[in-house]
Design a protein around this ligand. Structure first.
Ligand code: IYR
Length: 225
């Protein structure tokens, strides 16, 4: 590996291959078509798979860029049935209140086509639940130091995570129980970590149906200047 000293810090040569136009066009189109097949699936089976798959998925997520390369994330992986049940019970309690009191009429109406409600069976059926925590600050030698662009960094890592789950032929749902402080308590996380997203990961149940969605076309999402 070629290493060079720049401003007193080691740098390695960037040696990724590049592609000619035709090849770049083909690859970008194929990648789009493959990513476009990713769907949120709420019916997740209890079929087991080795935790090494989760490890690879998490290493992929952790390859995301982050503010000052602080990698401000912790991924808690729950396979223990008792802990899953505790999380489901607490999540459903919050969700029940959300769906019955906290969410507006308009919000509930917007969710109708997707068919969600306060029941979250996937928390106990999926073999693994990943709870993503954002690390708001670090404590080194008793000194508190805030991390940078934490929401952006963790959001990008979660995007990588979704792509890695899709690549493994597994499915998930980006579940956002709200409020979700209960996750810090159940998982006994330190004060500098805040829950960000809950992702049950598993194989889809057989014969699953997902909402028929249209994705915005290029003219709706891109403005060229
Ligand atoms: N957090 C709830 C509600 C919910 C909100 C949105 I915006 C969705 O796109 C889907 C669900 C839940 O996880 O069910």
């Amino acid at each position: 590996m070629e290493v060079k000293d720049i401003n007193g810090f080691p740098h390695v040569k960037y040696d990724r291959e590049t592609y000619e136009e035709d090849e770049a066009l083909r690859r970008s189109s194929e990648f789009y078509e493959w990513m476009d097949k990713r769907r949120t699936v709420r019916d997740i089976s209890d079929k087991h798979f080795p935790i090494e798959i989760i490890e690879n998925i998490l290493l992929t997520a952790s390859s995301a860029p982050s503010g000052a390369h602080k990698q401000p994330w912790t991924f808690c992986v729950v396979s223990n049935d008792e802990i899953k049940s505790k999380i489901r019970e607490a999540a459903e309690k919050e969700e029940y209140d959300s769906y019955h009191r906290r969410m507006s009429e308009r919000w509930l109406k917007d969710l109708e086509p997707i068919g969600t409600d306060w029941h979250k069976p996937f928390i106990t059926t999926a073999p693994y639940i990943i709870i993503v925590f954002k690390k708001v600050y670090e404590t080194t030698e008793g000194e508190k130091a805030n991390n940078y662009y934490v929401n952006e960094s963790v959001g990008i890592a979660c995007g990588f995570l979704l792509a890695a789950i899709h690549n493994a032929g597994l499915v998930t749902v980006t579940h956002t129980p709200s409020p979700m402080n209960f996750l810090s308590k159940i998982l006994d996380r330190p004060a500098n970590e805040r829950p960000y997203l809950l992702l049950p990961v598993g194989y889809p149940e057989q014969d699953v149906f997902v909402p028929k969605l249209d994705r915005k076309g290029i003219d709706e999402i891109m403005k060229v200047y």
